[in-house]
Design a protein around this ligand. Sequence first.
Ligand code: PAF
Length: 279
Amino acid sequence: MLVYRTFKELRKFLDQKTSEGLSVGFVATMGALHHGHVSLVEKSNQECDITVVSIFVNPTQFNAAEDLEKYPRTEKEDLAMLKASGTHVVIMPSVEEVYPPDLVTPEVDLKGLDVLMEGEFRPGHFAGVVQVVGRFFDQIEPNRAYFGEKDFQQLLVIQEMAQVLNSPVEVVGCDILRENSGLAMSSRNLRLSQKAIENATIVIEQLNWIKDNFQGESVEYLKSQVANAFHKKPDFELEYLEIVTAHDLKPVQKYEPNSRAFMAAIVEGVRLIDNISIS
Ligand code: PAF
């Protein structure tokens, strides 16, 4: 496995490989890797000749300085995990490499996909995601890029960005990986105590309950029942629960096919997000 710190070195390697007709898959990460990331690498390896993984904790997508500071950094373990997963190349650029002073970032109209949910509670977050992913797409020029559906809103935002910018990159969504308890795998889980990890199953339990009851009940009723369930767990704060159409994230009031439920909850100062198809 090759590890590069600059886009120039990476470009030289990729130019050679693409001139041989090889295809490139890309997995963007901020490190603190888990099996969810490995599953993206495996999918890329199945579909592309070369898999490039980026590890870069992107400062422009954090709206709270404290969250950026606390973001887990586990470089040694990440590289070992990527090597074992069959990753071909890792790019670990510095902030200066990603954001040189003369960088021009195009404005992207995300058609309201960035307004609700994560967009509302983390202002500026998606502008930062679009900026960094756009920069990596420009530098790596992958054929396909793989993103997990745990960040489903992010996936739609990146697909929209690729379309607006006329990017040739195919943006592929991949299933959420879960612990045996049902908790969605996330780098942030590393910051939770054992007790919080056990109790965090409330998130997927409530999402599954919504899925089971969606057809017969109003969204207002579903939301109030979930709020009640969270009141019984005082360690958890329900930040939002939204039920929206899966393609454009517009809120629905009653059963509609192709809907999705999204939730964010805070425990021990850590935000947990999850979502589920409830069609
Ligand atoms: O999902 C993430 O880890 C990040 O938002 C991403 C896509 C790597 C951009 O920094």
